[in-house]
Design a protein around this ligand. Structure first.
Ligand SMILES: [Zn+2]
Length: 232
């Protein structure tokens, strides 16, 4: 089945930041395409659909699942002005069109993002479904130019997580941290838990648009091809 990557962002995301999301994902998928035979590129690479700060005009204003705003309003922690990452991802999983048109979902938000323990985090992921990325910490730590590079790496990392790389059955080059599996190579799929990890990653990766190692690129290609043919 043909799949797509949905890119959305909230109202408080700057144009520059939204552009990093769209360009990074487009760049990484195009890079991946260069490695695949034409037929596979044409058939199995996901479409990229930048919906942005979307509203479904056909639906009554403010009704459930009718706009990006609705998702934000329904996952905000009122007294903190932060988003509850789990609540947000749960809404994405529950959305009515999730089962009819399965897709990968990447969202960018301006508000701070909290994990289940109430800690401020850079991003949160539901493997195989969605990730939500916050620019809140990045804005407080970096100037514009640096923010763009760091955000690009964070987007690359989360795209990989959503697609499900590194594959857990890889023979070597895996790192296990808690429940999560990361790539041990010089790669955007190295562990990125906090801001320090992101800084370290950006220092090691010279490519500005974020880069996956050979193994991760091969694995991502394999995920898309097998998804297209319905193989799990
Ligand atoms: Zn890798």
């Amino acid at each position: 089945m043909e799949t797509f990557i949905s890119l959305t962002w909230s109202q408080d995301v700057e144009d520059n930041e939204a552009r990093v999301l769209v360009y990074t994902v487009t760049h990484l998928i195009a890079q991946l395409g260069k490695r695949l035979p034409f037929w596979f590129q044409f058939q199995s690479l996901p479409q990229i659909r930048p919906f942005g700060d979307w509203v479904i005009l056909m639906m009554p204003r403010g009704s459930a699942y009718s706009s990006m705003d609705w998702y934000i309003e329904h996952s905000i922690i009122p007294d903190r002005q932060a988003l509850d990452g789990n609540a947000y991802l749960q809404l994405v999983e529950m959305e009515p069109w999730q089962s009819s048109t399965p897709h990968f979902d990447l969202a960018l938000v301006g508000k701070d993002l909290n994990d289940a323990q109430g800690r401020s985090v850079l991003s949160m992921v539901r493997d195989g479904v969605a990730a939500v990325i916050s620019v809140y910490q990045l804005r407080r730590s970096f100037e514009q130019e640096e923010l763009i590079v760091k955000l690009s790496h964070l987007v690359a990392h989360n795209l990989g997580r959503v697609v499900g790389i590194p594959l857990h059955n890889r023979k070597t080059g895996l790192l296990h941290i808690g429940q999560n599996v990361y790539c041990a190579h010089l790669c955007a799929m190295r562990p990125v838990v906090g801001l320090e990890d992101l800084v370290e990653l950006s220092e090691q990766i010279a490519e500005e648009w974020g880069l996956y190692c050979e193994t991760c690129q091969r694995e991502m290609g394999a995920v898309f091809v097998s998804r297209y043919y319905g193989i799990n």
